[in-house]
Design a protein around this ligand. Structure first.
Ligand code: DQA
Length: 148
């Protein structure tokens, strides 16, 4: 399966930023974790990170042309206000899982809203880096429940 993982702003600072919230493992660890898993399971994986909204939108649009079959996205703070990323996601008709490392519902009020989740298949929050692993399992298990 061809899977694309997109990480938004500040996720490259894992292991540096707010360790009590996001843990001590760094971004390279996350990339290794997912790359090893994909290799073991025989999936084609691409992992992309950007701090820029436009670059994230470009990468989502590229996923249409390159025929990605599943998307995992942690839009970082863009989750809470980027209608532009939401619109880009809405144009992809593949399973899309939104992942948040922290439990956004336990945090500040502004983090309780996700403008991107309504155009995703589902959302995993608060399970640390394991959220990405579980999202990959969902995509590769091929059990897709159609909503509405
Ligand atoms: C985050 C939660 C967001 O609110 C925050 O802005 C992030 C990371 C998470 O993975 O928990 O950058 O998406």
């Amino acid at each position: 399966m061809r899977i694309l993982v997109i990480n938004g702003p500040n996720l490259n600072f894992l292991g540096i930023r707010e360790k009590a919230v996001y843990g001590t493992e760094d971004y390279a660890y996350l990339v290794r974790l997912l790359t090893d898993k994909a290799e073991k399971e025989g999936h084609e994986l691409e992992i992309f990170q950007s701090n820029s909204e436009g670059e994230i939108i470009d990468r989502i649009q590229e996923a249409y042309h390159t025929k990605a079959e599943g998307l995992i996205i942690n839009p970082g703070a863009f989750t809470h206000y980027s209608y532009a990323i939401r619109d880009a996601l809405a144009s992809l008709e593949i399973p899309k899982i939104e992942v948040h490392i922290s439990n956004v519902h336990k945090r500040e009020d502004f983090r309780h809203t996700s403008v991107t989740a309504p155009v995703c298949t589902g959302q995993i929050v608060g399970l640390g880096l394991q959220g990405y692993v579980l999202a990959m399992d969902y995509l590769t298990d091929n059990i897709f429940i159609k909503n509405g």
